[in-house]
Design a protein around this ligand. Structure first.
Ligand code: GDP
Length: 531
């Protein structure tokens, strides 16, 4: 196999999605531990310290002069080169979290076994499901009291509308979590009490289902339940169909406990076996093969530099085909210009390093003097390629913004437009109004604080923000839409985005459904189609 082929074949690029506290960080840590990328689990934890009040975060950005938000963790495990995309949660949940999913080839969905499907899981799942990428479920915290496993699967299917296939099945939960039954291999993996810190891989003993030593090990009650479960699972339920897994309509489910390491490594091994190597992406209606020798990539995230002395930014790109080499000439399709990518860097576990080469499936961050926009394509000069852009995701927090000093109109407009172009905020206007007053929508509230801070510090503009009661935004998809004929409740609003597309703002789902009811044929979308 050529170098290019073997490098690309061994790559696995995915995101871990979850509601805060379900255990995403802990699982990531354990993956890194198995991969030998960190000595002791616990290192990633430090990253949590970057999730603090906006002011501290900006201090850090200023001191370093470069974004500290890491974007991808790369490490080797079992002959694979793994890229885990960071999907920020907690306060730093933003549109970037959604955009990051555009760069992933699959997703691991972590569910807290005592809670089931939660709000943020639902939102992130929706985006993965729109893309039709494979979604693997890890039901975590089985070492604590958990909900009934059948109920949990039922909830996943009903709430998310995806079929499930349990690859393993838990034996007990809480203090009695004894192990899992591996359905593929038809054996039982019994866990030995691990150190609570879980800094070592869990010790596992394998039993055949009919091994006489099994019953005394798990106790009579759990043994009987297990026999029933094996019978039930053997009979009913979804067939395991790899094509459906790859199409994102069937989610393989695993039970375990990230904290104690129970079931994590077997999960990682199954996952790496089942999840695809870098998948082909669409360019102008055609498929670009990741193994194509021409380099191509698209920008999925732009990180602004908070240091106002340097207005440069970092553009994060997902490589879709070929190989990137430092210093090579590339063509920036949207600008129609040949250029070199400056300071290409990659984040290996915690450290940022300037890289010499990277392959399809990898993510690189490059210095951006302000030329890139989200969704842009760069490729080998002469390679005919332009990736379908990245959709815009509906914000959930809205406010009206005005400048305090009307003399500063120019700076205000410039600042708002630049920050919107980076993708940190979306700006909307009511039809027939000017830029003196705009409606800003964001996915996470932190972005509003960032906006205020940046307008003041970079553009010397003070603003007045007025919160608006809207919660849902929808793009109007109808080609022949007539704004004058629209019927909406008085507390709903029609606005336009910077491309002139019409959107509707609603204070509740009730109002949204009312609009659908009263306007026959009205088509609303939660995603703004990419250009
Ligand atoms: P994240 O917000 O999804 O990244 O969640 P974390 O990985 O930070 O976990 C949130 C909390 O749950 C932490 O206190 C973890 O130690 C704890 N936790 C994570 N996984 C498990 C688990 O399997 N069992 C138990 N008992 N606690 C866990």
């Amino acid at each position: 196999m050529s170098d290019l082929k073997s490098e690309i074949t061994k790559r696995r690029t995915f995101a871990i999605i979850s509601h805060p506290d379900a255990g995403k960080t802990t699982i990531t840590e354990k993956f890194l531990l198995y991969g030998g990328a960190i000595q002791l689990a616990g290192t990633v934890k430090g990253k949590k310290n970057t999730r603090h009040a906006v002011s501290d975060w900006m201090e850090i950005e200023k001191q370093r002069g470069i974004s500290v938000t890491s974007s991808v963790l790369q490490f080797e495990y079992g002959g694979h080169c793994i890229n885990i995309l960071d999907t920020p949660g907690h306060q730093d949940f933003s549109e970037d979290t959604y955009r990051t999913l555009m760069a992933a080839d699959s997703a691991i969905m972590v569910i807290d076994a005592s809670k089931g499907v939660e709000a943020q899981t639902r939102k992130l799942f929706k985006v993965c499901s729109m893309r039709g990428i494979p979604i693997f479920t890890f039901i975590n915290k089985m070492d604590l009291e958990s909900r009934d496993p059948y109920d949990l699967l039922d909830e996943l299917e009903k709430e998310l509308g995806i079929d499930t296939y349990a690859v393993n099945w838990p034996i007990g939960c809480g203090k009695e979590f004894k192990g899992v039954y591996d359905r593929q291999k038809n054996h039982i993996m019994a866990f030995e009490a691990a150190s609570v810190s879980g800094t070592k891989e869990a010790k596992v003993t394998i039993y055949q289902p009919d091994d006489p030593k099994l019953e005394p090990m798990v106790g009579e009650r759990l043994w009987e339940t297990l026999q029933d479960d094996i019978e039930l699972l053997g009979g009913a339920g979804e067939e395991f169909d790899m094509d459906r897994v790859h199409a994102g309509t069937l989610s393989p489910v695993f039970f375990g406990s990230a904290l104690t390491n129970f079931g994590v490594e077997p999960f990682l091994q199954y996952f790496l076996e089942m999840t695809p190597p870098p998948t082909a992406r669409m360019s102008k209606g055609e498929i670009i093969d990741p193994f194509d020798e021409h380099f191509s990539a698209f920008v999925f995230k732009i990180q602004a530099n908070m240091n106002k002395a340097h207005r440069d930014r970092v553009a994060f790109m997902r490589i879709c085909s070929g190989k990137f080499e430092k210093g090579m000439d590339v063509y920036h399709v949207q600008a129609g210009k040949k250029m070199q990518l400056a300071q290409p860097q990659q984040i290996m576990a915690q450290d940022r390093a300037i890289i010499d080469e990277a392959y399809a499936g990898d993510i690189i961050g490059v210095f951006d003097p302000g030329i890139f926009s989200i969704g842009d394509t760069v490729c080998t000069p002469g390679f005919d390629c332009k990736y379908s852009g990245i959709p815009t995701f509906a914000p959930e927090v809205f406010c009206r913004i005005r400048q305090k000093d009307t003399m500063k109109r120019k700076q205000f407009i410039k600042g708002m437009e630049q920050i919107a172009q980076e993708g940190a905020i979306q700006i909307f206007q009511e039809p027939h109004t000017g830029m003196e007053e705009v409606i800003v929508g964001v996915v996470g509230v932190l972005q509003l604080e960032v906006l205020e801070y940046r307008l003041k510090n970079e553009y010397r503009v003070d603003i007045i923000m007025e919160n608006l009661p809207y919660q849902h935004l929808r793009w109007i998809e109808n080609e022949d839409f007539q704004p004058d004929e629209l019927k909406i409740t008085s507390d709903s609003k029609i606005v336009q985005d910077y491309r002139g597309r019409y959107l509707l703002l609603f204070t509740s789902m009730w109002n949204l459904n009312w609009a659908l009811d009263k306007n026959e044929g009205l088509q609303l979308s939660e995603f703004g189609r990419a250009e």
